[in-house]
Design a binder for this molecule. Structure first.
Ligand code: HEM
Length: 193
């Protein structure tokens, strides 16, 4: 028996080395967070110097709303999967797999919102618009650390989840909802003036 297991372990090929992923460590997440801060600052600067005509403004507004549907829609589906797990209607593995797959539409929608928002020429002297941009920055950073949380929780998919992960997950979902709804309300309010 022991020689058999020795033989089989000797025959097992070494695990292939995996490239370091974005959500693997706090260092990679912090680096991405820094890049996101710089990118958002650059977008704010560009928006100050960009002049667009009416047709481009209208097209950008359409892209803004379409990106809102894609990004925020995917966030709501991810949070819905979290609720399904909390209420015992699906496994943690199902929830983590679904939310991991939703990262692509969430980031694509957010990128679309930011690029089209720049073309919409935000009034950066308005405190409300500044608040909206702060919310966008917070939800971006929150989304990055949510990817890391997903990875850490996956290690507990077959064991009881420690309470600190539950608190971490609930806080992440709360921050996400507050920031997305806040940005929607401010965007809608600004468009009325
Ligand atoms: C989570 C991200 C965002 C959300 C949820 C969001 C949401 C919205 C909403 C709901 C509107 C109203 C559209 C309408 O009915 O007319 C709007 C308009 C607008 N948004 Fe955003 N937005 C986001 C990000 C951004 C960013 C990053 C910028 C700027 C860089 C931006 C700039 C604008 C501008 C300038 C308008 C037009 C306001 C006007 O009509 O004068 N948005 N946004």
């Amino acid at each position: 028996m022991s020689s058999l297991s020795l033989e089989s372990s000797a025959a097992t090929p070494p695990a292939p080395s995996r490239r370091l992923g974005l959500y693997d460590t706090w260092w990679t997440v912090a680096t991405a967070a820094l890049a996101a801060c710089l990118a958002l600052s650059a977008c704010a600067w560009v928006s100050l110097h960009l002049h667009t005509d009416h047709a481009l403004h209208t097209a950008a507004l359409f892209v803004h709303l379409a990106s809102l549907v894609l990004g925020f829609g995917a966030v709501l589906v991810a949070d819905y999967h979290g609720l399904l797990w909390i209420s015992g209607r699906c496994s943690l593995r199902d929830t983590l797999d679904s939310t991991a797959r939703l990262h692509a539409p969430i980031w694509t929608g957010l990128a679309g919102l930011i690029v089209s928002g720049v073309i919409l020429h935000p009034d950066l002297t308005s405190p409300l618009t500044r608040t909206k941009l702060a919310l966008v920055l917070i939800l971006t950073l929150n989304g990055l650390q949510a990817g890391l949380l997903n990875r850490r929780m996956a290690q507990h998919a077959s064991t009881p989840v420690p309470p600190r992960f539950l608190a971490w997950g609930a806080t992440t979902a709360l921050v996400s909802q507050v920031c997305w709804w806040g940005a929607v309300v401010i965007g809608f309010h600004n468009s009325q003036h």
